[in-house]
Design a protein around this ligand. Sequence first.
Ligand code: FE2
Length: 426
Amino acid sequence: MLDLLLTNATLPDGRTGMSVAVQAGRIVEVTPGLAAPAHETVDAAGYLLSPPFCDPHFHMDACLSYGLPRVNQSGTLLEGIQLWGELKPTLKAEDIIERALTYCDWAVAKGLLAIRSHVDTSDPSLLPVQALLEVKRRVASYIDLQLVAFPQDGVLRREGGVDSLQRALDLGVDVVGGIPHFERTMSEGAASVKLLCEIAADTGKPVDMHCDESDDPLSRHIETLAFETHRLGLQGRVTGSHCTSMHSMDNYYVSKLIPLIAESGVSIVANPLVNITLQGRHDSYPKRRGMTRVPELMAAGVTVAFGHDDVMDPWYGMGSGDMLEVAHMGLHVTLMTSQQGIRACFEAVTTNAAKVMHLQGYGLEPGCDASFVLLQARDPVEAIRLRAHRLKVWRKGRLLAQTAEVKVKLAVQGRPDEVSFLTPAR
Ligand code: FE2
């Protein structure tokens, strides 16, 4: 007797009429039209069953703090950092925890079950670190939360920055972070990349660095990150996040840089909602898009994922934990509007993000965790177009959230009495 049997599901790869059998929290079979006894059988009605959404880049210590103590007027990254600096001395651990737990509720409801969050290590008290380690413990049964030691004020620029970061890692923070473009000079930025990669090599931890979050085409720390990854044998363990300066770089230089990134096995995380909002702020017209070169990186074989980065905080006032919204903005900013491009954007918030996070047991194959989301859409393109409702969200065979199928009642004479927004049959 199976624990759970889903029938008549469509999978992201296009297979239809699929059954997914679950036993003891794992997928045991994926096959068309299976009829087997199960404690619970769910008819997916032809809707899309996807592995859960994953956010490979987030700031959970700041989330839902929008307006505290004031709103970012210029809309720039630098005012956001300044504003966060004003907020930090007033933060209480219980408030950070409460806001983070609320966000995790939103995440579960949106089928977002794995989050890599940066956590500010600049203050020697490590208050945000302690708070998010507590959150990680509390959400462990329903969200995979990874933490990145993030020296927001610059690991070298801030006195005691290296010591604070190292203590955060000792406390159990999973990943080594960095912010080379915010160090005092280009050379100090490069030195920070070298130092942080060496810490990762010594501790066996992965690296995920904010890298070149700037419109400055000469911000080239990604080159140093790729070089250090190669030099220290960290291939497959290193991620460069944002990399927005690549948008503004000279094409000739990029023609050398992208193969270097691919060769070093560095993955890239773009953050479409926030990159399009924070970058280009110093431009008059035309205003740059300020997002990294996603299709070109993907074409070179680099793993590229999309993150949410911020939700209602000093840098970004919008958001609800919806990775389909992230993918939706991603395809617009990158002009990845072909069917293949849109599907790649869906992968950027599912499989590619899971790869960046090194998630074990992720996917819709036998042997994987029975963690998946049933969407009110019939394929990944439709899911993004509609930012589709999450009908059911399971983690390891356990139902965590559900929404009744949404149809709008229509009272227009001579027209159907319901609207679903699904693509009309041709
Ligand atoms: Fe970030």
